[in-house]
Ligand binder design. Sequence first.
Ligand SMILES: *[C@@H]1O[C@H](CO)[C@@H](O)[C@H](O)[C@H]1NC(C)=O
Ligand SMILES: *[C@@H]1O[C@H](CO)[C@@H](O)[C@H](O)[C@H]1NC(C)=O
Ligand SMILES: *[C@@H]1O[C@H](CO)[C@@H](O)[C@H](O)[C@H]1NC(C)=O
Length: 246
Amino acid sequence: MCSKGLKLCLALELLLLPLCFLETNIQGYSEHPESAVSGSNVTLPIPDWPHNHQSLTLFYNSNKKILEWEFDKPNPHFFKTTFKDRVTLDRENGTLYICKVQKNDTSTYILKVVMENWTEKEWKIPLEVFDPVPKPVIKIEKIQEVNNSCFLILSCVIPDNISVQYFWFRDSGPFPKELQSDVLNISIKPQDYSKFYTCQVSNSVSSNNDTINFTSACTPARSSGVAWISAWLVVMICTVLGLLLT
Ligand SMILES: *[C@@H]1O[C@H](CO)[C@@H](O)[C@H](O)[C@H]1NC(C)=O
Ligand SMILES: *[C@@H]1O[C@H](CO)[C@@H](O)[C@H](O)[C@H]1NC(C)=O
Ligand SMILES: *[C@@H]1O[C@H](CO)[C@@H](O)[C@H](O)[C@H]1NC(C)=O
């Protein structure tokens, strides 16, 4: 737009600059950021998108530009960022697409649009990217039979120290809210024994779980237990055979 009469244009812009600042109005700001799981493609609609405008600039944050786009150019100008081949903006319907989002794409993006009357409109577009939660493992911290009841402490362990919500349930349904944390501390009578306990961990984009089976109130049935017994048998047989052969 400034190719011809550059000086005049610059002068005009200088003149209009204070006006632009005065008239910048924030169009959209969502208090609730869009959540996405890392690796996914994200679609961010821009509300009240103006069809006619002079130019637009997309920012990662207030001091890092992703792209600039003059209205009369078919393609945007991309700045050197990790977004170069991952960001698409649909100027027809006002939609921002980001491919293969990563955790550090988490930001409040800013879109500034210079309107036909030289006023500026601004959108703030918050995005939060989370890694999927890893598979938890239930560990038996304590198992003890006292007066015909079973005292049981189970912990739900995830490898990374990431922020998740824990949710435990058994064959008859979820445990009450006050028992929900990473450690489950319960006492079970033989008549209300559960065939299994499941710990489900979740963040706002994904969930994962582990289950431990029980054959009676105080007897866990773990596949790892079976593996341990067979390893023990192999060692025993070898030892016995070894003794017999010497
Ligand atoms: C994301 O978009 C890319 C390119 O548009 C496509 O190849 C890929 O399959 C998409 N991935 C998902 C998870 O939708
Ligand atoms: C537990 O996780 C598996 C995948 O790991 C999933 O198929 C299943 O639906 C989950 N169960 C619950 C109750 O969340
Ligand atoms: C628990 O029992 C169910 C069937 O009752 C079985 O499908 C599952 O594999 C068992 N889980 C473990 C960890 O042994």
